[in-house]
Design a protein around this ligand. Structure first.
Ligand code: ZN
Length: 183
């Protein structure tokens, strides 16, 4: 990101939507927007597979679940926020991951232009590659401002996406245990 170029672009955008970029309240808006982009799009150039440390599993053979992981992302079709909660579970083999690293992984993938389906799958696939577990389950529940703010019908509906690998995909008991535990 080149902050100067970006600030100019935001200034032009403000003018093009019919505003006066010189108006007091808007004077520092380009600068503020660019600063917020550093957070909103901070996931680019970060590879969770390199950042996340994996540990040896010392005998846990039951499902490990992280619930209610808040995330904020940006819809790639409308450049408007979508946000909600992620639920991640896996059945370990030889490797486990530090639990605080699951929100970290969600954060890296969410802070990009995204669609909810891809975000869900990227989390599941990355965990699967990192840990080679018996299976992974990921569920994302989110609200999309591109539906709400634009007045698309069903403004209050929540979008739920899921991705399953291994036993979470093939074994109905594993999948329902996960879905029950995150309810
Ligand atoms: Zn959208």
């Amino acid at each position: 990101m080149n902050p100067e170029n970006l600030q100019k672009l935001i200034g032009r955008l403000i003018a093009e939507i019919g505003e006066d970029p010189k108006r007091e309240g808007l004077l520092n808006t380009p600068e503020r927007v660019v600063r917020s982009f550093a957070k909103l799009y901070g996931g680019y150039g970060q590879d969770p597979k390199k950042l996340i440390k994996v540990f040896t599993n010392e005998g846990c053979d039951e499902m490990i679940i992280a619930k209610d992981i808040d995330f904020f992302s940006t819809c790639e079709h409308h450049i408007l926020p979508f946000f909600g909660r992620a639920y991640i579970g896996y059945l370990p083999n030889d490797k486990i991951i530090g639990l605080s690293k699951l929100p970290r992984m969600v954060e890296i993938f969410a802070r990009r232009l995204q669609n909810q389906e891809r975000l869900t799958k990227q989390i599941a696939d990355t965990l699967n590659e990192l840990l080679q577990p018996k299976g992974v389950g990921v569920v994302l529940r989110a609200q999309h401002l591109c539906m709400k703010a634009r007045g698309v019908e069903k403004q209050n509906s929540e979008i739920i996406t899921s991705a399953f690998t291994g036993l979470f995909k093939s074994n109905l008991n594993t999948r329902s245990e996960f879905l029950n535990l995150i309810r």
